[in-house]
Design a binder for this molecule. Structure first.
Ligand code: EPU
Length: 338
């Protein structure tokens, strides 16, 4: 079992770059190591971290922070159409996507360059440019903190929703994801329906579509809109895009003709672009101290260097209040508070 380190700065372990401290810290590379560390920690508070790309640390952690470092990517099975690929939860998601693209395994190319770990991907059902993890998910293995057994969760067990799963709700803080298995295609089905992707492919002059070309287009779009956490601390979208009933959308449209929304096929519910709502409230490019709102994407809050988690949290609350006042719409945080 690794020996925990005392009084560890977490600045490099969260993409917001918040300099909170952990009383104790250790990485673990297997369920056995995790069990040993939990025994060592006894009654102390325990926090398990993945890539730290979807969290906001609002203070020091007076307990033990355990970083999932379970590695390995393995082809576990294949049939005529598919490959079944298992990856350790501690693998870097982007490295995993590149690994798949390098072998012509299709299905994750639209999810290129999303910061974070493989284990965090199912927790919030990561999604981008018309694809979500659930579209390629087969199953995952998770370790229960209560009885220390490994349980396999199938697609149905995970109850995936928009940036949501059972691991954000019922199993929150109760289980640790060990590995994730995806079903990828040998022959790709291209998803270029999300406007910006096709535009970027055209701009790149791509004549023959491939998963590599889609990945490159997605990477170019992300780089143009989203700040690189290595340069400016951030955790991607700070809020979810809110979903409103169709009639509320019609009322909002009457009052705010430019409002951006994506109705479901039946027109019963509409997903609003939270970035638009926030921009309309005048926040885009706002900065107070080192906490701010990204100048190219109002849905992304940023840390220019030494912001504290509480500064970012307060800014988020102010933004949500102003959107509620102007539009009567509540914003729900996508980022998890710790
Ligand atoms: N918009 C504005 N102003 C802004 C930002 C956006 O008016 O400052 C409007 C524009 O009309 C734009 C629309 O909002 O066309 C949508 O913006 P964008 O394409 O950037 O996507 P998003 O809805 O803001 C979502 C995901 C992103 C994902 C992109 C692309 C959520 C909460 N966010 O953002 O995911 O990369 O779509 O698929 O669903 C993340 O989860 O951390 C994340 C970055």
């Amino acid at each position: 079992m690794p020996t925990p380190i005392e009084n560890k700065s977490l600045k490099n372990l969260n993409t917001f770059g918040i300099d909170a401290r952990a009383r104790y810290f250790s990485a673990f590379s297997s369920a056995d190591e995790l069990a040993g560390l939990l025994d060592w920690a006894g009654g102390r508070r325990k926090v398990v971290l993945g890539g730290g790309s979807n969290i906001l640390l609002t203070g020091d952690i007076d307990g033990i922070v355990l970083q999932n470092a379970i590695k390995g990517i393995e082809l576990v099975d294949e049939d005529e159409e598919h490959v079944y690929v298992r990856a350790g939860a501690g693998e870097d998601w982007t490295r995993f996507v590149d690994y798949c693209i390098g072998r012509d395994w299709a299905g994750v190319e639209n999810l290129s360059l999303i910061p974070g770990s493989v284990g965090a991907a199912p927790m919030q059902n990561i999604g981008a440019y018309g694809m979500e993890l659930e579209n390629v998910f087969l199953e995952l293995d998770a370790w229960s903190l209560a009885d220390r057994n490994v349980r396999t969760f199938t697609l149905g067990d995970c109850e995936f929703g928009y940036r949501d799963s059972v691991f954000k709700r019922h199993y929150r803080d109760q289980s640790v994801i060990l590995s994730v298995t995806l079903r990828l295609r040998k022959k790709p089905i291209f998803h270029t329906g999300y406007g910006a992707v096709q535009d970027e492919l055209d701009r790149m002059g791509v004549k023959e579509l491939s998963i590599r070309a889609i990945s490159q287009a997605v990477i170019a779009i992300r780089r143009s809109k989203l700040p690189d956490p290595a340069q400016i601390g951030n955790a991607g979208s700070f809020f979810k895009n809110p979903i409103v009933a169709g009639d509320q959308f019609a009322q909002l449209q009457a009052k705010f003709p430019g409002i951006v929304g994506y109705p479901d096929p039946l027109g019963q519910r509409t997903k609003l672009a939270a970035g638009w709502l926030i921009e309309q409230c005048g926040w885009k490019g706002y900065r107070k101290g080192d906490a701010g709102v990204h100048e190219r994407q109002a849905l992304v809050l940023v840390n220019y260097g030494n912001a504290r988690g509480a500064d970012i949290y307060r800014l988020g609350e102010e933004i949500a209040a102003s959107v509620r006042d102007k539009f009567g719409v509540s914003l729900e945080r996508e980022v998890n508070l710790l």
